[in-house]
Design a protein around this ligand. Structure first.
Ligand code: ADP
Ligand code: G6P
Length: 447
């Protein structure tokens, strides 16, 4: 069996249990634990100088090789081009995208430096699997360095229509870099169609295909059952005083539609006053990319909105909206999901959204909660049973919340069974197996 070489900007520390690693790290860790794997990427540290020698760390069958970034490269490559330009553009938020030529220069430099540091670690028969928007030029850089092995690329975030992609200076060049991969994977069929349009406009073969990512539903369900009796869950239940819980869990990111969600909840309290003092909305939103300007202004907006909503609706013995910017341990999170009557997942645009799937997996099948899900999450492409909404309309959110809170037990169970089937249709293991089988099937270039 070929060794698997994963390349991703974010490499989770081995056996990390806490923190909001994001969907990429969570899905990959689950998917590859059974393979001999080399996992290469950024160490998470920026210092005075870029490292050229990766730091090696072994844990079970996974060898981690990570590089520090120079402070200037961190700013240009990670903060600037990846998260200030590509992230908003890929999430259809052109007005938030900020392009600087220096950032693009850093992006290309880091991709080439990563390729140069990876090459000496490679074996001829490796399967190389590159992940996400930080590393689009990586495949082309490896080929330039003479690597003959098979190289695939998976984009964890959405891919927008060609007219949006056109706003990216150097977009044509990046399309050619995408075409260097042997296999190109996206989350949804819509993303694959968009990517293929961009490739074809350059006269390149339309080889993008969707490989929808998932979770390990059985193990997540077990974690949720286990957490039920834990201290944190008991404290949460006690603090609710018999009120129903609406739960949101997201990195603090403008793609997640948090201001719209908060307004939707406020609308629920105004339009359906029977829920006043009967329901609590807990939003867990750990700070993410806190040194990127667009994220800082979102945080200010949410601080203000939380104050305003609670000021207007709270009673002396009830705080309607609880808003946390810290991460919650994964096992505790599973227990929180399980006791929430409603999972509220309303991104304006999201590659897949694993939180939606985790919420479903964590439910008690006898008394499950309801999922209110944005139609713009990749997860909505195949999630029969969810209440699917347009997150831009706070009234629609309020109506769905009202419907979810009022649903009789039989409806909850029927909908949950449909969602459980959907979540089991595409697990993290299926995703990894499907992509790697496709990559294995392409032939390595003759040395
Ligand atoms: P994204 O990849 O954009 O962050 P996903 O929903 O696909 O969004 O994946 C997020 C992952 O990070 C999920 O596995 C989720 O459990 C985890 N996560 C998100 N928010 C938190 C949090 N507040 N505390 C702990 N884990 C979190
Ligand atoms: C999303 C992206 C990942 C990224 C994660 C966390 O899931 O698709 O590539 O790792 O967010 O963001 P961060 O910037 O902290 O790595």
């Amino acid at each position: 069996m070929s060794r698997l070489v994963l390349v991703s900007n974010r490499v989770p520390p081995p056996r990390e249990r806490s923190g909001a690693a994001g969907g990429l790290a969570v899905a990959l860790r689950e998917a590859v634990s059974s393979h001999e794997t080399l996992w290469f990427g950024w160490s998470g540290t920026a210092g005075a100088q870029a490292a050229t020698q990766p730091r090696i760390h072994r844990s079970g069958r996974i060898t981690y090789a990570t590089l520090d970034l120079a402070q200037g490269d961190y700013e240009g490559y990670y903060r600037g081009f990846s998260n200030g330009m590509l992230w908003p553009l890929l999430h259809y938020q052109v007005a938030l995208a900020e392009f600087r030529r220096e950032d693009l220069g850093a992006y290309q430099r880091v991709n080439h430096a990563f390729a140069a540091a990876l090459v000496p670690l490679l074996r001829p028969n490796d399967l190389i699997w590159v992940h996400d928007y930080h590393l689009i030029p990586m495949g082309a850089a490896l080929r330039e360095a003479g690597v003959q092995a098979r190289i695939g690329f998976f984009l964890h975030v959405p891919f927008p229509p060609a007219a949006v992609w056109a706003a990216l200076p150097q977009g044509d060049e990046m399309a050619r870099e995408l075409a260097c991969y042997d296999v190109l994977g996206t989350q949804t069929e819509e993303d694959a169609r968009h990517m293929n349009e961009v490739l074809q406009a350059q006269g390149l073969p339309p080889k993008a295909r969707s490989f929808p990512i998932g979770i390990d539903p059985e193990s997540f369900a077990a974690a949720a059952r286990q957490a039920e009796g834990g201290t944190e869950v008991r404290r949460l239940i006690q603090s609710l005083g018999g009120r129903a819980l609406i739960l949101g869990v997201d990195r603090l990111d403008y793609s997640k539609g948090l201001p719209q969600r908060f307004r939707g909840f406020a609308r629920l309290l105004r339009r359906f006053p029977e829920h006043r003092n009967r329901v609590t909305f807990l939003q867990v939103a750990p700070v993410s990319r806190g040194d990127v300007a667009q994220y800082r202004s979102l945080r200010r907006e949410l601080d203000e909105l939380t104050g305003r909503i609670n000021g207007e609706h709270a009673e002396f013995d009830w705080t309607p909206l609880r808003y946390l910017t810290q991460a919650v341990r994964r096992d505790v999170l599973a227990g929180f999901y399980r006791m929430a009557s409603v999972g509220l997942v309303t991104p304006l645009r999201d590659g897949m959204n694993l939180v939606a799937k985790e919420y479903v997996a964590a439910q008690n099948p006898e008394a499950p909660g309801m999922l209110v899900l944005s139609r713009f999450a990749g997860a909505a492409e195949a999630m029969e049973g969810a209440l699917v909404i347009n997150p831009h309309d706070p009234d629609e959110t309020a109506e769905a919340l009202h419907a979810a809170l009022s649903a009789p037990p039989e409806e909850r169970r029927t909908r949950w069974r449909q969602m459980w089937t959907a979540v089991n249709r595409h697990t993290s293991a299926d995703w990894a197996r499907g992509f790697m089988a496709e990559l294995e099937g392409t032939t390595a270039r003759a040395a």
